[in-house]
Write a protein that binds this ligand. Structure first.
Ligand code: CP
Length: 311
């Protein structure tokens, strides 16, 4: 079955069936990354352009590896070395790239809505690799896959997201994705970092870490974006850590089998203590491994057999 959308702009466009199909496809593709020769011919002759206007370690690399493991040609372009640095606008950049007949554009941009804008001006499928504080759908999908790997199911699980919910595209995508999959979401952080009225989305709110992690099946810790301190939203990092850093001591309030995830990059000792990060309950590197499988699944479902000759 093809996905219900030709581009992956955000989790709001994906149905429960789409998400299940992406997770199942990723599961079946994982094995390729464990082979001696990590390559299949599935996307031979396809061209993928990664267009990144923001720094990235995990997302950019895993989209590149995913494309290459499926034999696609992958071209990486960063904002600072593209002609946008000479004043070309984003739409012109994308239209010029499209004139070279790529099969898919993967876009990360600091402006919320940039991938959606491009989708209105180019006909190639677009995958949003993170736009401003809006969405980061492939991150939410790899988070779901990691949780499902360890719990065996998603429906009915409670996930507590800790940190800067207001500015987090990871939180926004995960809240949508988790609710679509029948999971319960709780958010924890200081009032300045929690969107006003988020309860109306069916999300529970707590400003107390110990209370917020109680009974949770999964704790997702978010990176504290250091620039928020300059905006006056945090009085100091030390104060934030005193109240919201996930430590072994705070974890005594949580379930023994709680899973801990973090999208990265991590500020060690600010939002998560080093020993917690390195503990067996932490799945941070499993998330990174699953990132490759999820991105392979997205390429396969958008470009593979199902879509190569849709008519
Ligand atoms: N999780 C994530 O988006 O990490 P990068 O910024 O390194 O891609």
């Amino acid at each position: 079955m093809p996905l219900s959308t030709k581009s992956i702009l955000g989790m709001k466009e994906l149905t429960k069936q789409d998400i299940q199909q992406i997770l199942d496809t990723a599961d079946s593709l994982k094995e390729i990354s464990t082979r001696d020769i990590k390559k299949v011919p599935t996307l031979r002759g396809k061209t993928i352009i990664n267009l990144f206007f923001e720094p990235s370690t995990r997302t950019r690399t895993s989209f590149e590896i995913a494309g290459k493991r499926m034999s696609a040609d992958v071209i990486n372009i960063s904002g600072s070395t593209s002609s946008t640095a000479k004043g070309e606008n984003l739409i012109d950049t994308a239209r010029n790239l499209e004139a070279m007949n790529p099969d898919i554009l993967v876009v990360r941009h600091h402006c919320s809505g940039a991938p959606e804008l491009l989708a209105q001006h180019v006909s190639s499928p677009i995958i949003n690799a993170g736009d401003g504080s809006h969405e980061h759908p492939s991150q939410a999908l790899l988070d779901l896959l990691t949780i499902r790997d360890h719990k065996g199911y998603l429906e009915g699980l409670t996930v507590t997201i800790v940190g800067d919910i207001n500015h987090s595209r990871v939180a926004r995508s995960n809240i949508r994705a988790m609710q679509t999959m029948g999971m319960k979401v709780r958010v924890v952080g200081p009032p300045t970092l929690i969107p006003v009225g988020i309860e109306r989305l069916g999300v529970e709110v707590s400003h107390n870490l110990a209370e917020g992690i109680k009974d949770a099946d999964v704790i997702m810790v978010l990176r504290i974006q250091l620039e928020r301190q300059k905006e006056g939203l945090l009085s100091s990092l030390r104060e934030y850590s005193n109240y919201f850093c996930l430590t072994s001591e705070t974890l005594t309030q949580a379930r023994d089998d709680v899973l801990i995830i973090h999208p990265g990059p991590v500020n060690r000792g600010v939002e998560i203590a080093l020993d917690v990060m390195e503990s067996p309950r932490s799945l941070i590197l499993n998330q990174v491994t699953n990132g490759v499988a999820i991105r392979m699944a997205l390429f396969y479902l958008l470009l593979g057999e199902n879509h190569a000759n849709p008519n």
